[in-house]
Design a protein around this ligand. Structure first.
Ligand code: 9D3
Length: 227
């Protein structure tokens, strides 16, 4: 997979990309991630990327020119038309379902804004999938883009040490995980549930399923659907 990221802070990504499962996927060539600073496409000598809003009001607005020029430049260097993604608080919520869909794409192009927001004509013309990572205010799209990249890349074939663990994840099957234990059998008076030591695999599976169900009902009833 190819992932392009348009951002005013490419250095934020570069260090992150060197670590974790994402870093390994990059090192092993399963994904190529390139960051492009749209400030490099600014026209004036101050390298401006934003300007005051027409109609007045506080803050600044990201201008069309540098964003479109960067986008067109990046796409001209790719064979595949990427799925364009705009990270914005106004987007649809990122869920595991969306992540799984994006993981099927051969190429993604992520556009990060920041607090000032985009000129509306960017939003309209790039015709991107608009995605938010949740109902809280970030100072920019970069952390959201990293969340998305991490979630997508770990689903790419070969990215997981244990192929089975992707399907095992919370959310993949719509419930939270069951509690896990490892040695010792007793720690500060807290004992590992007897069933896990029993060697009875059917009973263990049933216990885990029930624990997962209870935990989901208690903490995340929304995952169990409307009722
Ligand atoms: C100008 C006032 N803001 C309304 C509260 C608008 C605003 C624009 C841009 C607020 C934050 C941002 C920066 N955030 C993102 O670019 C962003 C984001 C987020 O803030 N929360 C969850 N998901 C995302 S994806 C991109």
């Amino acid at each position: 997979m190819w992932i392009d990221v348009l951002t005013l802070f490419p250095e934020v990504f570069e260090s992150y990309l060197a670590t974790s499962i994402v870093g390994r996927a990059v090192a092993e060539g399963r994904v190529t991630i390139r960051c492009t600073n749209f400030r490099d496409f600014a026209k004036d000598k101050h390298r401006s990327v934003d300007d005051r809003p027409f109609g007045g009001g506080p803050g600044m607005v990201l201008m069309c020119g540098p964003v479109f020029d960067a986008l067109e430049s990046v796409e001209a260097q790719r064979k595949e038309k990427p799925q364009r993604i705009l990270l914005t608080p106004q987007g649809a919520r990122l869920t595991q379902r969306v992540v799984a869909e994006l993981a099927q794409e051969p190429a993604l192009l992520l556009v990060c804004g920041h607090y000032e927001g985009f000129d509306e004509r960017i939003r309209i013309r790039i015709n991107a999938r608009e995605i938010s990572v949740g109902d809280y205010v970030l100072s920019g799209g970069e952390p959201a883009a990293m969340v998305l990249v991490d979630a997508v890349v770990r689903l790419l074939p070969g990215a997981l040490g244990d192929e089975a663990s992707a399907d095992n994840d919370s959310f993949a099957d719509g419930v939270l995980e069951y509690p896990q234990y490892t040695r010792p059998r007793e720690f500060r008076g807290m004992r590992v549930p007897e069933v896990l030591l029993s060697g009875n695999h059917a009973e263990i599976a049933a216990w885990r399923e029930e624990q997962a169900r209870q935990r989901t009902a208690q903490r995340r009833p929304d995952l169990l659907g409307p009722s």
